[in-house]
Write a protein that binds this ligand. Sequence first.
Ligand SMILES: Nc1ncnc2c1ncn2[C@@H]1O[C@H](COP(=O)(O)OP(=O)(O)O)[C@@H](O)[C@H]1O
Ligand SMILES: [Mg+2]
Length: 263
Amino acid sequence: MKIISLINEKGGVGKTTLATHMAAGLAIRGKRVILVDADPQGHATIAFDLDKEPGFYDLIVRNAPFGQVLRVVPPERYAVPAADMSGELLVIPSNIETRSIAGSISDAFAILKRFNQLRNAIDYVFFDTSPTPSLLHSSIYMATDGIIYPTKCESWSFDGLRESLTHKDQFSPIRNNYDLSDIKVLGVVPTMFRGRTLEHQDNLRLLHDTFGSLVWEPLPVRTIWAEATSARRTVFSLAPNSGTAEEAWRMIGQLEERIYEQS
Ligand SMILES: Nc1ncnc2c1ncn2[C@@H]1O[C@H](COP(=O)(O)OP(=O)(O)O)[C@@H](O)[C@H]1O
Ligand SMILES: [Mg+2]
């Protein structure tokens, strides 16, 4: 099992969009995937038309069994269902109570310990996080194997990215003290890219200069992403034959490559 977190301390940069599509993409490819909604806004929960509920809170604070908090996403919400679909997508939902988790746990390893119980049952766990850093993020950093940073090619998203990288680095010595390896940066993903504007071209160049090969191919701004959000489905399910779905699959291809390189 690998735990991957989507992080950027700026809102509206595509964390939830990438978390839901990465989880869905790997499930379509046959993996057993859990998406943890760690944002009190619960957008990763409603992205699949599930009810907001305190699943993540109950798991971590009340020590609820996984069976009580996991919700199965019906395949038609995220895939074009095929008879031979062998993967599975499960969500641990969130609601406003997720905000209280940080104040209710004293053990920085609370999240890691819970998910270790699933080591042999699950292939990937994705954490969709909130932009505001909190003690909950600390516990997520202690559990995470790899981070993906979505960013717009805009100044304030870069600022959120810089802040997030600084926080990640602060956890290295603590992790090392506990014999945990450093968190791998799997990628910096430019989202909502407008390739025809000089502003975005310049900023993409800046990203490449700073992060080199960590930068993935940009995901262009496309209406279908927003339509999929409104329809509470993925682009794989809403518009499987669109250019947008093709771009999303290329993004999944890069994810698989990075995971493969790191393992
Ligand atoms: N490539 C894209 N083109 C157009 N809209 C997008 C794209 N990626 C994401 N969006 C939209 O942008 C909005 C914000 O994205 P979201 O994933 O919720 O960001 P975050 O989780 O970082 O706050 C959503 O409504 C989503 O549908
Ligand atoms: Mg979000």
